[in-house]
Each structure stands twice: as structure tokens, then as C-alpha cells.
Design a protein around this ligand. Structure first.
Ligand SMILES: Nc1ncnc2c1ncn2[C@@H]1O[C@H](COP(=O)(O)OP(=O)(O)OP(=O)(O)O)[C@@H](O)[C@H]1O
Ligand SMILES: [Mg+2]
Length: 386
């Protein structure tokens, strides 16, 4: 399956676009919408290829910031760049913004207006920039932030979110044409941190579990895959579910079959199933290896964190008791168990280094990926820890 060939979901995109743009009475959609789905299931592809065009067709200007595209760039800078880029695309926006910021001379004498002036702590803040864009275009602005959780790992990212909150409140007043912020990410717990506490920028925003690719996608895949022997969509759908709804695993298995010149056509479906399963297992096996090499306290910490999810509070007394319980369940002699704050702190650092745990800028933690939780639960390692 060449990567440029995509299965589109226009109906889903239109429904979401409506949800995002039209605010129903009593709806929190104007606070922003959060879309969460596991890793490698097609979130970014959908956001760029389906949702963005649907929003544009519905009359919005769409700004897109991918916080993972360049990890050397601060998330706050990426968000500001998305705004600069859109403004820079149109002379009308630039002129309006230059005037709004007191640079009347922009149109005379070729004095050029620098987009560098836009940003947090710069001459022109995000609210001013987005307001100019809104007033000039008379369109609703939708800012899509991919991997939005990354914003709360740096101070500048957090500042950008607060700046956006201010901009959103201004643009959603009756004087302008509205600003919606759509955040996507692979981990619900992490995304939830952007909207859970009152001091977070998107308090109360709607969390939408983003639908994974479905049976129709598998039908489409089987029709277009073009192997020496056709695949049965019903069987492939089972494989697709087993492997976590990740299109790449199907694509890679098909590639291997294409290059296997010795394979008899009648054996294609069976070989395909083998290849998909083998890849899914390999991914999990690597993760399991890491999990099984943890020290007792590290293991206890990740298990309790997995069990508690959003409610996880690392150093509270009941949590400390749960760590002890987790260690006991792992077969450690109760007389030898001693759980203390420095030990937990160290375990948290080690788990971060192993990429099992993720830390937001304010010392809030989450399990890095939902598969980790699923694996632990599947192995019965979360029992009794809720
Ligand atoms: N609609 C689709 N049709 C065909 N292939 C797809 C589709 N959506 C995604 N894919 C393929 O699946 C893979 C993952 O897609 P994508 O990067 O969009 O997922 P993601 O959920 O954003 O991943 P990540 O968690 O890494 O951000 C890509 O190789 C992409 O080509
Ligand atoms: Mg993505």
C-alpha cells in the first residue's frame, strides 16, 4: 500500500467539522475539542487529509501546528509559527495587522512588516494577530494542534496555551468571527491534563474518543491491495483489530508478500495473517522486555499509575500504600517492603528514561502509552490496585 494512497472518511470529517464550528446551546465546544486515539491509528492523516478540508469547506480558516514534527523546536514556537505563516500568506492580513499594531506606514514607502513581531512577549501578541486575521477574513479560525499534550512539557508551550485561551475568549465574543482550538493526541490521560484543572487553558473542553479506522477501511484495503490472491475482508478485519487498528501493519505485511516471489498464490492469505501477527507481537515483545526488567519499586509505580489513570497522585499516603501492596502482590516479603518518597521519585525518573512514563511541566505524570496499560492489565498485573 503506497503511503500516498489513502482511505478517506468524509462523512466523519463533516460531522466533526460541524461539532467543532457550530456551538449548540450549553455546549462546551467553544472551549475547544480534544480528539484522542492510540498511536499509529491515523489521527494525523485524518486531521490533515479529511478534517482540514472539511473545516475549510464549511468556511473556516485552518491553522495547523504539529508539535511533534520538529522536536528541537519549542511547542510554543510551533504554535506561534502556525499563526505567522497564515498571516504571511495574505497581504490583506499583514496590512490589517500592521495597522492594528500602530504601524500605519506599512503600505507606504515599502516599509516591510516583520512577522517576527508576532509572539508571546513580542510587540504583537497572539490575540492581536488572530483578531486581525478574524476581522480581515470575516471567517472562523480553527487552530488544529497535533500532539497537543507536548505543549504542557515546556514553559513556553504552557504560555502559548494561555495566550490562546485569551485569544479564544476575545474572538468568540460577538464582535469577531470565532476561534476554535482542536487538539489531537495519542493519550487520553495526557490530553486530559490540558483541560482538567481550572487553571489549565482549556478547562471543560470536550474530549471526543476519535473513531479508529473501521470495517470499510479494511474493505477498501482488500480491494486495492492487489496481491496474487485476494484477501477476505472479514478475516483481515479480525487481524486489524488484533493489531490495534494500525494500518501500517497491514501495509507492511502486504509489502512482504509482494516481494516474496516464491510464495504460492493459494498461501497468500495465511502468510498475510502470520506476518501481521508477527509484527504486532514483536512490538509488544519489546515493550514486555522493558517492563520485565524493572526493579520492584519501578514496577509497583508503573502498575499503580496504570491502575489509577487520571487520578494518580504519586506521593499521597494511599498511593504509597498501593505501591507496597503492588510489591507484595509481586511476591516480595512484606517484612522487606519499605516505600519512601525518595525511592518513588527515583523510580519515576527511571521510568521516564525508559519512556514508560511521561511528565508534564508541573510534575504531573501519566503512563506514556495506553498499550502499556493494556499489556499490564492483560497480564493481570493491575488486579487489586484500583
Ligand atoms: N486513512 C488512511 N488510509 C490509509 N493509510 C492510512 C490512513 N490513515 C493512516 N494511515 C497510515 O497509518 C500510518 C499512521 O498514520 P498517522 O501518522 O496518521 O497516525 P497517528 O495516529 O497520527 O500516529 P502517531 O501516533 O505516530 O502520531 C501511516 O503510515 C499512514 O500512512
Ligand atoms: Mg500523529
Amino acid at each position: 500500500m503506497p503511503t500516498e494512497i489513502l482511505y478517506h472518511r468524509p462523512a466523519l470529517a463533516q460531522r466533526l467539522a460541524k461539532l467543532i464550528m457550530q456551538v449548540a446551546v450549553g455546549s462546551a465546544a467553544s472551549s475547544g475539542v480534544f480528539l484522542a486515539a492510540p498511536r499509529r491509528t491515523g489521527k494525523s492523516t485524518f486531521a490533515r487529509e479529511d478534517l482540514r478540508p472539511a473545516l475549510e469547506a464549511a468556511g473556516a480558516i485552518v491553522l495547523y501546528a504539529d508539535l511533534w514534527k520538529d522536536l528541537t523546536k519549542d511547542p510554543g514556537v510551533v504554535i506561534v509559527d502556525a499563526v505567522r505563516e497564515t498571516i504571511g500568506r495574505n497581504q490583506g492580513y499583514i496590512t490589517r495587522l500592521a495597522k492594528a499594531s500602530g504601524m500605519d506606514k506599512v503600505t507606504v514607502g515599502g516599509l516591510s512588516f516583520s512577522l517576527d513581531k508576532i509572539g508571546m512577549g513580542k510587540d504583537i501578541d497572539l490575540t492581536t494577530a488572530l483578531t486581525a486575521l478574524s476581522d480581515e477574513s470575516r471567517q472562523m479560525i480553527v487552530l488544529m494542534i497535533d500532539e497537543a499534550q507536548h505543549a504542557i512539557t515546556t514553559d513556553e508551550g504552557v504560555a502559548a496555551l494561555f495566550a490562546l485561551k485569551a485569544a479564544r475568549d476575545e474572538l468568540n465574543s460577538s464582535k469577531h468571527h470565532g476561534l476554535r482550538v482542536v487538539c489531537t493526541g495519542s493519550n487520553r490521560d495526557k490530553l486530559a491534563m490540558l483541560r482538567n484543572s481550572k487553571d489549565q487553558a482549556f478547562f471543560g473542553a470536550a474530549m471526543v474518543p476519535f473513531p479508529t479506522l473501521d470495517r470499510d477501511f479494511v474493505e477498501w484495503f482488500c480491494t486495492h491491495v492487489d496481491l496474487p490472491q485476494p484477501l477476505d475482508p472479514a478475516n483481515v478485519f479480525v487481524l486489524f483489530q488484533e493489531s490495534g487498528y494500525r494500518p501500517e501493519l497491514l501495509g507492511a505485511a502486504a509489502d512482504e508478500i509482494r516481494f516474496d516471489l516464491m510464495l504460492a498464490p493459494e498461501n497468500v492469505p495465511e502468510r498475510f495473517a502470520e506476518l501481521v501477527r508477527a509484527q504486532a507481537e514483536e512490538l509488544n515483545a519489546n515493550l514486555k522486555k522493558v517492563i520485565h526488567s524493572l526493579t520492584p519499586i519501578q514496577s509497583a509505580v508503573i502498575r499503580v499509575m496504570s491502575a489509577k489513570g487520571e487520578d494518580y497522585a504519586p506521593f499521597e499516603a494511599p498511593t504509597m500504600e498501593l505501591y507496597a501492596k503492588a510489591m507484595q502482590r509481586a511476591g516480595i516479603d512484606p517484612a522487606e517492603i519499605r516505600v519512601e518518597v525518595p525511592g518513588v521519585q527515583q523510580a519515576l525518573i527511571a521510568l521516564q528514561e525508559k519512556k514508560l512514563v511521561w511528565k508534564a511541566s508541573r510534575g504531573v505524570y501519566a503512563v506514556d502509552e495506553n498499550v502499556i496499560v493494556d499489556l499490564l492489565r492483560g497480564d493481570g498485573l493491575l488486579e487489586g490496585l484500583y
